[in-house]
Write a protein that binds this ligand. Sequence first.
Ligand SMILES: *Cc1c(COP(=O)(O)O)cnc(C)c1O
Length: 362
Amino acid sequence: MNYGRIYNFSAGPATMPEPVLEEIRDEMMNYRGSGMCVMEMSHRSKVYQQIIDEAEQDLRDLMGIPDNYKVLFIQGGATLQFAMIPMNLMKNGVACYYETGAWSKKAIAEAKKYGEVVVLGSSKDRNYSYIPAENTADIPDNADYVYICENETIHGTTWQKLPDTKGKVLVSDQSSMFLSKPCNVSDYGLIYAGVQKNVGPAGMVVVIIREDLIRDDLPATVPTYMDYKIHADNGSMYNTPNCWAIYCCGKVFKYLKKIGGLEAMDKINQEKAKVMYDFLDSSKLFKGTVDKEVRSLMNIPFVTGDKDLDAKVVAYTKECGFENLKGHKSVGGLRASTYNAMPKEGVEALVECLKKFEAENA
Ligand SMILES: *Cc1c(COP(=O)(O)O)cnc(C)c1O
């Protein structure tokens, strides 16, 4: 059916799979004979309990999450985790961070409020266009964890290989790459992702945490809501959760299972990004801003090298019927976010539009 939808290249909230939106539409007025919309349901009802249980189980199936990890659905977005992680995980009061862009920078600033932060590497000198070299030498023996932002949404870099943490717990912000490819959960102590990038509606974060990292000896000053144990002990329903986001994400999990899981998704994402990168590598007008070997499959920043021309391209893409291609102000130019739900046809159509612009402006 033609709804007049456009290709939406937003970095987040972002495009969602159409079959999922259609299912949500079909269940809007009366969810499976309950006589209500999921928005109107008690989170303590049987029917809602089934929704949250299935969402968790489907996510566990998709990622192969081992039994000794808890899956938590928490409000406050990824940003709340910048504080919650050091509050809960800093036992010795020292943690290591890699500074790879805007999001890890914010996480570092927040962690400094709770303890000592050792920055193991930074790519700030070249505007975060690369991933800094692995550094194990500076990891203190008493470090509580090593933190990375696995995909920097604004700058468009991805860790292609996880850093050696010298046996310390690895914590990863996967917000803009969550479920984009297979993930070996046991490599991490904690994975978290704000879901509005690659999964569902805004207002929720998924936290996957190894059970032994959940403490019962937190300082009394830690707010109840900021304690992972409270969320774990109450099945993510200590208070009213983001019922709607959990419902929508659950549908996306089922959809991903149906299309063949994360391996199938990865293959599609690689093909899609290749269309874009092949174009950028052959274009005389446009160029990618990131070192080739660490380019993101999810967020693709590119520039012409001329600010006015960049603005002209953004306007041109709008005319072609695409939205949200303006790059973040810290990088400039354009950014195409090619999340799971962006079809390959969307990227191909964008490339055609950019080719036309290039020909007209040669
Ligand atoms: C968007 C984003 C965040 C912040 O997410 P909120 O849900 O808005 O708090 C954090 N980290 C990364 C990598 C992001 O892309």
